[in-house]
Ligand binder design. Structure first.
Ligand code: G4P
Length: 531
């Protein structure tokens, strides 16, 4: 049966997982793929130790499992729904990649370590989600270890995130005394049992169980405690409310242990049943502000990420296109708002086991568009070419460095290399109005490291990164063209342009920005640049 593009979009769930490092994002990703039937190798042995420096969960999984998953999205079909799981970089450093990926997500799963609760990185990522009103489902992981009291954990979510926490399940015990959880909506018990075989091997049984088995798993005292706490939770915690969740005010909470594959099916069910299908996106069409939803006939989408060299044999670039509407078919021609035409002969879809050519895709899906640098992050693609989506920002860098190549004859090479990396969004590149400096900017230190390594290995250039004469960059704008030009003229020593030629103010410190903006009330100094 062929569904309409709108109905196809309605069965899609495009989501990302956010967490502080070590809370279990990779393990959960893997187990969600298992629960969704996307991969089958349960319990493969993982390489220890050397996983730390990888920048992507997929890379880790790929290495650990020996399957090809070097992609930024994994798609799997389960229970008549299509799940698109977006990868967000898993390192401690905060990068723009993460922000951008979240622009393509309709919901997010926030993984907390049950012993640690909300950690700094969780908080940062949560704030990005809140900025974009992305609904969040909370998964409290590692219940197989000693955990904090569940009431305290929920209270912490409410206090630190100003988000109502609505437990869908209530756990019994933790660590060695973890027994499972009660579904607060229908009273069913999802049991967790450690089984020791005759040969001493330990395994874990999990699943919904009836009264008899429940009594085998928990003793009378535990059953009484669970009954009491579940009742208390139902009384004092907010009930789940779909609307409030989708508006970003409430988070449903599921407990589990990703490592033991407990709670993962329940989490997947919550994503399928409660998380929103592709949301409407704000856009400009012929200068008019409008919203584009899955009910629009035209194929539309936006580029949220560009990745180079996914295939080491080809210097190709893959632009990740998040579709918003329409029925995309292979071979289609789409246009950017600037009128650039892109023929998509060989779109790539990222199915769990392999890359495959996408024949069709719908709102919510992500397809890879191979290109040689024609596409940029933030570009909209549509059949009509009349459309530009809002809200895919560049972020002001927190680190600025002056790049210099040891052999001055190679300065042009370096500029080209840095421009390429800036097009991909690895780092930003600023050109001061005066002089010939190349100033690179990054949100996190790791971005600088990735850039330095890529310039060295891909371009064979010996580059030095020195402290820059500036520490802060802000985009500048003004409704009055003449005023802006006068400002730029007067501040030639402290201004420049970004890769797209947009004017930036380069300052020594934040105080300097404050001072100058006070003196020039008509000029806007912004930390983000939206296209
Ligand atoms: P991350 O991507 O969020 O950084 O976390 P990751 O999944 O890599 O998990 C971090 C560590 O926590 C791993 O242990 C992983 O096995 C463990 N872990 C994840 N989920 C659970 C869980 O539910 N229960 C328990 N007990 N541990 C869990 P590691 O020793 O660092 O790595 P490994 O050698 O075991 O792979």
């Amino acid at each position: 049966m062929t569904l309409s593009p709108e109905a196809e979009a309605a069965r899609r769930r495009t989501f990302a997982i956010i967490s502080h490092p070590d809370a279990g994002k990779t393990t959960l990703t893997e187990n969600l793929l298992l629960a969704g039937g996307a991969i089958r190798l349960a319990g493969a042995v993982r390489a220890r130790g050397e996983r730390r420096r990888t920048t992507s969960d997929w890379m880790k999984i790929e290495r650990d499992r020996g399957i090809s998953v070097s992609a930024s999205v994994m798609t799997f079909e389960h229970d008549d729904r299509v799940f698109n799981l977006l990868d967000t970089p898993g390192h401690e450093d905060f990068s723009e990649d993460t922000y951008r990926t979240l622009t393509a997500a309709d919901s997010a799963v926030m993984v907390l370590d049950a012993a640690k609760g909300i950690e700094p990185q969780t908080l940062k990522l949560f704030e990005v989600c809140r900025l974009r009103d992305i609904p969040i489902i909370t998964f409290i992981n590692k219940m197989d270890r000693e955990a904090q009291d569940p009431f305290a954990l929920l209270d912490e979510i409410e206090q630190k995130l100003a988000l109502t926490a609505a437990p869908l399940y209530w756990p019994q015990g933790s660590g060695d005394r973890f027994r499972g959880m009660r579904d607060l909506r229908n009273g069913e018990f999802v049991g967790y049992r450690r089984v020791v075989a005759a040969d001493g091997g330990v395994s874990f049984e999990t699943g919904r169980v009836g009264g008899n088995v429940e009594a085998e798993i928990m003793d009378d005292a535990e059953r009484a405690e669970l009954a009491e706490h579940a009742e208390m939770a139902s009384g004092v915690c907010a009930p789940f409310d779909r609307r409030s969740f989708r508006e970003g005010h409430l988070t449903p909470v599921v407990f589990g242990t990703a490592l033991r594959h407990f709670g993962v099916r329940e989490l997947l069910a919550v994503i399928g049943e409660e998380a929103p299908s592709p949301r409407d996106q704000k856009a400009w069409v012929k200068g008019e502000e409008t919203t584009v939803g899955a009910d629009r006939d035209e194929v539309t989408g936006f580029i949220f990420k560009i990745q180079a060299n996914m295939d080491p044999n080809h210097r190709d670039r893959i632009a990740f296109l998040r579709l918003v509407s329409g029925r995309f078919q292979r071979g289609m021609r789409l246009k950017t708002a600037a009128g650039k035409q892109v023929n998509i002969h060989a779109p790539v879809m990222f199915l769990a086991q392999d890359r495959e050519i996408a024949e069709e895709a719908y709102g919510g899906d992500v397809i890879g568009v191979p290109n040689h640098g024609a596409l940029r992050v933030g570009d909209a693609l549509s059949e009509s070419g009349t459309l530009q989506f809002q809200g895919i920002p560049n972020f002001a860098p927190e680190i600025l460095r002056r790049a210099r190549v040891k052999d001055p004859m190679k300065a042009k090479h370096l500029r080209k290399a840095l421009e390429g990396l800036a097009e991909e969004g690895v780092t930003q590149l600023f050109t001061p109005t005066l002089g010939s400096d190349m100033i690179v900017g990054a949100v996190g230190q790791l971005q600088i490291e990735v850039m330095a390594e890529r310039v060295a290995t891909e371009n064979n250039l010996e580059v030095v990164f020195e402290p820059a004469p500036y520490n802060v960059a802000r985009w500048i704008g003004c409704d009055d063209r003449e005023k802006l030009e006068a400002f730029l003229e007067k501040n030639r020593g402290a201004t420049g342009t970004d890769l797209d030629g947009a004017p930036v103010y380069l300052a020594k410190n934040a105080w300097d920005v404050g001072y100058v903006s006070e003196k020039n009330p008509d000029i806007r100094f912004t930390k983000t640049k939206e296209r």
